[in-house]
Design a protein around this ligand. Structure first.
Ligand SMILES: *Cc1c(COP(=O)(O)O)cnc(C)c1O
Length: 374
């Protein structure tokens, strides 16, 4: 049996009746842009997070981009970003015309290290953009404390953090604003692209709402140079169905993770995710580290287990930022992560027998020396 990294089709199979009904409702409504369906999802997601505003946008990159634009952050400004992240975090800053200033992660938490932020702040810094990578919350209290001392905005990249908790509070409700992605593979995923901005600030919400729709509040009155970045009503309708299952499906992930943590803990050289006492991760990804990562991945592939690497090339080493003043060695912790991380199959539809196969394959790769027959 082949164990897929993530089974997206299973999502549709489990929720087929409700999703098909949502599809017919939108098709029958005759409204295919903006609409009450979108407004209903926005209200429901805002209520889920306990925030005042949710604005549905085209995707996660746009969500972060429009927040930055909404704050007037652009050319000449700097934004602190994690060195260890998916490149979209950086690209959003570049897209707005500002400069991403990377900061190394805490090697255990793998997220922005609050102890290293102050050294990266300059007179041009306008915001800190922490990411809750892999669904593990960043350490937000010290980040917010630094931000308030330097009068910076805190913009959360919550694209991997749907339903994760930091000190009992929902990620995406901890900063000034948050950008969300509903890319199909995310914990709250659509059946196509989608994203959202959430915030408690009335003014930012109003700006983002205007910017996503050609800079107009009233049709054909374009107050500012806006964009076209609206969450589809069809995707909003699907997301309303899936939002009802988010916590339950995150709980399924967590039970698989408990199994992984228990069964894999004795394996030498294998580093399991570290969970701080204040964190309830939503386990978007289950990321282990191993010094012989490539050999381990090949071994798992031979045993019919699909894995992925999040991410093989840190943004500062990618072609996209080859003009920036970074080299190999600029961010050694992030580079070491890129060389050693491996994401095991995880998801609401990973079955027990599938997980058993993953664990067995891991155990037979990294058995203690004494166990080998010579
Ligand atoms: C997925 C993701 C994004 C971008 O979301 P899209 O919807 O694909 O544009 C941004 N940041 C992080 C950390 C992500 O994982």
């Amino acid at each position: 049996m082949r164990v897929p990294f993530l089974d997206l089709k299973a999502t549709y199979v489990e929720l087929k009746d409700e999703l098909d009904a949502a599809y017919r409702r939108v098709m029958d409504s005759g409204w295919y842009i903006l609409s009450e369906e979108l407004a209903a999802f926005e209200a429901e997601f805002a209520a889920y997070l306990g925030v005042k505003h949710c604005i549905g946008v085209g995707n996660g990159l746009e969500a972060l981009h429009l927040i930055l634009r909404g704050y007037g952050i652009g050319a000449g400004d700097e934004v602190i970003v994690p060195a260890n992240t998916y490149i979209a975090t950086w690209l959003a800053v570049s897209y707005a015309g500002a400069t991403p200033v990377p900061v190394e992660p805490d090697p255990l938490n793998r997220n922005l290290d609050p102890g290293k932020i102050e050294a990266a702040i300059s007179p041009r810094t306008r915001a800190i953009l922490p990411v809750h990578l892999y669904g593990m919350p960043a350490d937000m209290d010290p980040i917010r404390e630094i931000a308030s001392r330097y009068h910076l905005k805190v913009i959360e990249d919550a694209a991997q953090a749907h339903g994760a908790l930091y000190k009992g509070r929902k990620t995406g409700a901890l900063g000034d604003a948050a950008g969300w992605s509903f890319y199909p593979g995310k914990n709250l995923g659509a059946f196509g692209d989608g994203g959202a901005v959430t915030t408690n600030e009335d003014e930012l919400a109003d700006r983002v709402r205007t910017l996503r729709n050609y800079g107009s509040r009233v049709k054909y009155f374009n107050e500012v140079k806006g964009f076209n970045s609206r969450l589809d009503p069809l995707q909003a309708a699907f997301l309303r169905v899936k939002l009802k299952y988010l916590d339950a499906w995150n709980a399924r992930r967590a039970s698989r993770v408990s199994e992984y943590l228990e069964r894999l803990k004795e394996i030498p050289d294998l580093e399991l995710p570290y969970v701080p006492v204040w964190a309830v991760p939503c386990w978007h990804l289950f990321v282990i580290r191993h010094p012989r990562r490539d050999a381990l991945q090949a071994h798992l592939r031979e045993h019919q287990v699909d894995t992925l690497i999040h991410y093989p090339i840190p943004p500062h080493r990618s072609g996209a930022y080859q003009d920036a003043p970074f080299t190999r060695g600029s961010f050694p912790i992030s580079e070491a992560l890129a060389d050693t991380v491996l994401s095991l199959p995880i998801g609401p539809h990973l079955s027990k027998p599938e997980q058993e196969q993953v664990i067995d394959a891991l155990l037979c790769f990294v058995r203690p020396k004494g166990d080998h027959a010579h």
